[in-house]
Design a protein around this ligand. Structure first.
Ligand code: 5AD
Ligand code: FES
Length: 355
């Protein structure tokens, strides 16, 4: 029934797999788990997530920290707060951190990130791996950050179908589908391990769109993927379409099917268990780890800022400090039957094979 390894999955087959329910679905999830263990092993890698600023120049119609949301208090974490979180990650052998922020492209922002990268490298004797998730930037900026020590970058395409992209973003020069594609190409050119992803269960989104997203990941040959359910946020324009949404449970189940099918389609990439899964099911991320994901991003953002980094409603771990988060994750991961890859970068195997 599952064609992985023997031949590439066709669009129509992917659509069928995404729609599976009941025992056939269980078999799909089980198969994805086997493929993961065979191809990338049973280790889960930690990436300490630091959401260092919620100042954003974009107005994505789904996002709680969009520029137009005046209810959000904007913050910029101080350097020593960010460095302390990195130190925590390093001392606890997380091996890697993700610096995430809203999107800005001013010279001051570019320099700030650049300076931070150098300081993080310094404090960890060059050992801590650094992933950036700071939006669309020029090739020159991506190169500069790469030279200063970032080696992975996350930039979700959000939807690979142009038409749907413009239903969830305002259509203007500042939210251009073509520019987003170009940014993904620039990241590859600059030498990063490139991660992208989509939201699942968006208004107007069909199974065909999702199958095309998976084929898009394959076509642009990504190294990493993070995708999770769309979760409506009352202070965003897309909220008015909440009546057409699938139930949260359906979005959740479909997100797991997406993870499983992606594991069959691209067996050796890194797949993150998205935090948004946990906003629907408390054990959501562990469920993703059990069916194909191999990366998790414990939140190390200083607690005082978390309230203001609510991309969606019901975002988990709002008041858990890093130590608590770690203990709780360790327990959850061993429950999910996996091992933690402490002290290892856990690079995308796919990246090393394509280079
Ligand atoms: N629901 C789920 N995910 C969201 N993101 C932004 N807003 C939402 C939402 N309402 C995701 C986007 C973005 C990532 C940082 O967070 O996919 O790329
Ligand atoms: Fe674009 Fe937040 S404004 S994802």
């Amino acid at each position: 029934m599952f064609a992985a390894h023997s031949k590439a999955l066709e669009r129509q087959e992917i659509i069928q797999l995404l729609k599976l329910k009941g025992t056939e679905r269980t078999a799909l999830l089980q198969r994805a788990r086997e493929v993961k263990i065979k191809e990338v092993g049973n280790k889960v890698y930690f990436r300490g997530l630091i959401e260092f600023s919620n100042v954003c120049s974009k107005d994505c119609l789904y996002c709680g920290i969009r520029k137009g949301n005046e209810k959000v208090l904007r913050y910029d974490a101080k350097d020593d707060e960010i460095l302390n979180a990195c130190r925590f990650a390093w001392e606890n052998r997380f091996a890697s951190v993700v610096l995430q922020s809203g999107e800005l492209s001013s010279p001051a922002f570019v320099k700030r990130v650049d300076d931070l990268l150098k300081k993080i490298k310094q404090l960890s004797n060059n050992e801590l791996g650094i992933t950036l998730s700071c939006g669309e930037q020029s090739l020159e900026t991506y190169r500069r950050w790469f030279e200063s020590g970032a080696h992975r970058y996350l930039l979700r395409i959000e939807s690979s179908t142009r038409e749907l992209y413009y239903k969830i973003h305002p259509e203007n020069d500042h939210h251009s589908f073509e520019k987003r594609l170009e940014a993904l190409a620039s990241l590859k050119q600059a030498g990063y391990q490139v991660g992208t992803g989509v939201m699942i269960g968006l208004p107007f989104q069909t199974y065909e769109h999702l199958a095309d997203d998976l084929l898009f990941f394959k076509k642009i040959d990504i190294d990493m993927c993070g995708m999770g359910p769309y979760i409506e946020h009352a202070d965003t324009p897309l909220y008015e379409h909440r009546h057409v949404l699938m139930s949260k449970q359906e979005r959740f189940d479909l997100a797991l099917n997406m993870v499983a099918v992606l594991r069959l389609l691209m067996p050796d990439i890194n797949i993150a268990a998205a935090t948004a899964l946990q906003a629907i099911d408390p054990a959501g991320r562990e469920k993703a780890l059990a069916v194909g994901a191999n990366v998790i991003m414990p939140n190390l953002t200083p607690c005082e800022y978390r309230e203001e980094y609510q991309l969606y409603e019901n975002k988990p771990c709002l008041d858990e400090d890093a130590e608590l988060c770690r203990n709780c994750l360790e327990a959850r991961i061993s429950l999910a039957g996996a091992e933690i890859g402490y002290g290892e970068w856990g690079d995308s195997k796919h990246f090393h094979q394509r280079n």
